[in-house]
Ligand binder design. Sequence first.
Ligand code: KMH
Ligand code: ZN
Length: 277
Amino acid sequence: MGATTLITVAPTGAESSKTDVPALPVTLDELVQTAKECEEAGAAVIHVHIRDDDARPTLDLGRLRDTVRALREATGLIVQLSTGGAVTDPYEDRLRVLEAGPDACSLTCGTVNFGDEVFMNPWPFMVELYRRTQELEIVPEFELFDLGQVAALHRLLDKHGAPYGGHVHCDLVMGVPGGMPGDARSLVAAVEALPEGATWSATGVGRTTLPVMFAALSAGGHLRVGMEDTITFAKGRPVTGNAELVERAATLSGLAQRPPMTPAEARAFLGVKATDG
Ligand code: KMH
Ligand code: ZN
């Protein structure tokens, strides 16, 4: 295959409310609809947070299982469940997410200030989560919010070996107030510190979306986009749906001569298990 770009969509997140952002997909039907549109637009991975009947973030296991099943039935996307959840979610619930049987999951490599809150990922929790991904044959994506978390990733791999699938793929989450800034020089510093052979995506939160996307493409990286990370398409213009963010990423990837990777290519690239269906 020629050079291609892995596009991950993170359609919902845990931070925006449906009242403030009516286009946010919060029901299973809305999520599946968005997933289909984003696959059509060029996404290969979906990073999933779900909501309850009141549109509040939840890690309910039954709902997570239904979500994994529905996404697999309706799309070929790689289903990556969030183990970060919301900042208020207990560790046990975050560990239990893996029992929903996703292809992949997020694994954040350290605690970080997160706006006015704290996103807690102490070392023992990271280790427990990592070991469970190895046992359950789920591919982790290492979420890196700052440079110290890159060092923690090295420590995790040194002490506990390679991830399931054998390939290390990271996502630089930039521009979170409390984490690394969303700019080109921070991106280059983080990329240079990654483990040998690791691949990476980047996402810029809020107004850092575009600078991070351009920097990632110019540095040979992959992209994550979606309403988890930005709800504004351009100054003063709210995002109307996740698909337009994926379309923009796909267009820019094409211009960079690295068109979107298909889900099948992404499965091989990330070392994700083949599904039955
Ligand atoms: N919602 C944030 C507290 C993840 O999905 O793993 C954490 C987050 C990272 O979104
Ligand atoms: Zn997330």
